[in-house]
Design a binder for this molecule. Structure first.
Ligand code: ADP
Ligand code: ZN
Length: 610
């Protein structure tokens, strides 16, 4: 395809089949077409790809896209080929003959877009080859990978500043879906993008409903959540360890949910096969460590569940952002409890690295805990982390079911005095359960053994339930008003801050969980809304179109959404186009797809229900 005479809007309409640009897309594209550098921060699903794909088509030469996502390059290239864009990739999964062909195609000006893995790009061979062809622009995708403090650091990214040295006149665009101001500065500096214009979109993902629940029996809670609200939906479950990913996947499978594990301990072949099933089949749940998901652009992931606490708000935002890229309702669900706080504080204490590093990890965890414990709107808190402000959203748990705040100062004093008393017996392993038994005045074997019923604090907390005490303990740990002393067998210990509480110098407001209701979840009601909106006839056409799409996708060996998105099929089913011209008006149907699939689609619409 050679579109260099066309305007960006023509390309958008003809190649991609969309009517108009979204958000900053047009400004970014024009800036690049004119040769400027750009740093683009846009949430997942915001439409970052077009920001470099269209300038690559509009400018002379081939756009070179640097991406760490080797496993996804094939799908990205397939998507472009379906649109009639001449795209290819270079990475270690290819044999040398194929690489050779791609290189030849690039050098002879036969390519519009070339995806390259960073380690490949940085080889002298590859840099040399690029110098022999015509580069329209460099796009650096997942640019936050250059941040050493981030959760996705890739050392190869540090070498990419070479691009500005060797190609000072070729425009460069760095893109990411997550970045605090600090990370943004780091990206600009490390990639040599000091003169780049910054385009910062709102990070809000209004279609995602954020929910954070108190953890009790997490596997059961997860199962109930999926069964009640997302039966047969595609989703991702995140956990911290390989073992947990395995056992959770097995547990879900045992309850009739199509779940697959994904973690670094699986062979490359198993990982690839599980990922491919997740992308291609309907309703697969991936149970994964954070090794999974970056760049996964499956549009219809309906939920992301965390069964362990993420280490930072950035990580949480990035992971939950993989839900609902198609803009339809989706849920971000997190279960979190006392043990998470204890475990993560310990991991930080034991992590290698200097004090500054540990302090940074500590600050990241504190921000995450703040999000979990807030009595305010989750979305407001989340966006505040990225220095963006919004009104309370009406689509998160605290907006939908506001928790109460209660004055927990006295309760905190009780628990801290009990900790103080036990601390004198350190060397014994007294965990949270024992502490709560003391407060609630419960006579157990252990209480008798250590004669703890004689403590002055014994029974002074009978007014609160065990669960409430766990909540108090968790919130004290979250706020560092209590610490876990790892040398002393994991005993709880006072901190500087706890003394101020004991002296009555601080007032503490805690979150009281709303009563558990068996509610027909609002998000379920909403996620089915789009389907219900179709008339019975249209619904039948929609199903027929999906079946048609499945067989086409299978024939081409690509995921279904590469052919058409659900939203496009839904439009077709609803509007029932009678001619190719009418079909071409529908969003997502570009010239090439109209050509390739137009007749098939029309036939499918006409025969459905006959
Ligand atoms: P990101 O990379 O920012 O996560 P994508 O580039 O994958 O997002 O875009 C998300 C979805 O939105 C894709 O399906 C894309 O085709 C669609 N999209 C992007 N820009 C537009 C637009 N201007 N009009 C309609 N759909 C768009
Ligand atoms: Zn809210």
């Amino acid at each position: 395809m050679s579109s260099s005479n066309n305007s960006p809007l023509d390309i958008l309409r003809q190649v991609f089949g969309y009517d108009s640009f979204r958000g900053d897309q047009q400004a970014i594209i024009e800036h690049l077409v004119q040769g400027g550098d750009a740093l683009v921060l846009m949430p997942t699903g915001g439409g970052k790809s077009l920001c470099y794909q269209i300038p690559a088509l509009a400018r002379k030469g081939c756009g070179v896209v640097v991406s760490p996502l080797i496993a996804l390059m094939q799908d990205q290239v397939d998507t472009l080929l379906e649109l009639g864009v001449r795209a290819a990739f270079l990475n270690s999964t290819q044999d040398w003959r194929t690489s050779r062909e791609v290189e030849q195609a690039f050098m002879s000006g036969q390519l519009d877009l070339l995806y390259v893995a960073p380690e490949r790009l940085l080889t002298e061979h590859c840099l040399d080859m690029l110098l022999r062809g015509d580069v329209a622009l460099f796009a650096i995708d997942e640019a936050h990978c250059v941040s050493q403090w981030g959760h996705d650091f890739r050392p190869e990214y540090l070498g990419l500043s070479i691009l500005s040295e060797r190609w000072p006149h070729v425009p460069r665009i760095a893109l990411t879906a997550t970045a605090t101001t600090v990370t943004r500065r780091e990206i600009a500096q490390r990639l040599g993008l000091t003169n780049a214009r910054h385009f910062v979109a709102s990070f809000d993902r209004p279609n995602i409903c954020y929910r954070i629940v108190e953890k009790s029996d997490v596997k059961r809670q997860l199962l109930q959540f999926i069964q009640a609200e997302h039966a047969n939906d595609c989703g991702i479950v995140y956990c911290l360890s390989r073992a947990r990913a395995e056992e959770t996947a097995e547990f879900l499978c045992g309850h009739g949910i199509e779940a697959l594990p994904y973690h670094a301990g699986l062979s490359a072949a198993t990982r690839a096969s599980n990922q491919s099933r997740f992308l291609r089949e309907d309703g697969v749940v991936m149970v994964a460590t954070i090794a999974f998901g970056m760049g996964i652009d499956k549009p219809d992931v309906r939920f992301v569940a965390h069964i362990d606490l993420p280490k930072s708000v950035e990580g949480y935002y990035q992971e939950t952002g993989r839900a609902g890229r198609d803009g339809e309702p989706a849920t971000a669900w997190l279960a979190y409890g006392l043990q998470d706080v204890v475990q993560q504080r310990r991991m930080i204490d034991e992590s290698p690295g200097d004090d500054i590093f540990r302090r940074r990890l500590g600050a990241q965890l504190d921000a995450m805990l703040g999000l979990c414990e807030t009595v305010g709107c989750r979305r407001q808190r989340l966006l505040a982390y990225f220095e963006q402000s919004i009104e309370p959203c009406g689509n998160c748990d605290t907006c939908l079911d506001p928790p109460e705040a209660w004055d927990g100062t006295v309760a905190a004093q009780k628990i801290l005095s009990a900790v103080y008393r036990l601390w004198r017996e350190r060397g014994q392993r007294f965990g949270a359960g024992h502490l709560i038994d003391i407060l609630r005045g419960k006579i157990t074997e252990r209480i008798k053994q250590y004669n703890h019923e004689s403590l002055t604090v014994f029974g002074i907390g009978a007014d609160l339930s065990e669960q409430a005490w766990r909540g108090v303990l968790r919130q004290l740990l979250a706020q560092s008003l209590l610490a876990v002393d790892h040398e002393g067998y994991g005993t709880l210990a006072l901190t500087e801050g706890s003394r101020a509480v004991l002296r009555g110098e601080t007032t503490l407001m805690f979150r009281r969980e709303p009563e558990k209701k068996t509610r027909a979840s609002r998000s379920t009601a909403r996620s089915k809304a789009a389907d219900v909106a179709l008339s019975p006839d249209a619904r039948q056409r929609f199903e027929a179109l999906r079946a048609w799409r499945a067989s086409v996708a299978k024939g081409h060996g690509v995921p279904a959404y590469v052919i058409f998105h659900d939203s496009t099929l839904r439009d077709v089913a609803q509007r029932c186009p009678q001619s190719l011209a009418e079909l071409g008006q529908i969003s997502g149907v570009g010239v090439r797809k109209l050509d390739a699939y137009g007749e098939g689609l029309l036939l499918c619409v006409q025969t459905a229900g006959v």
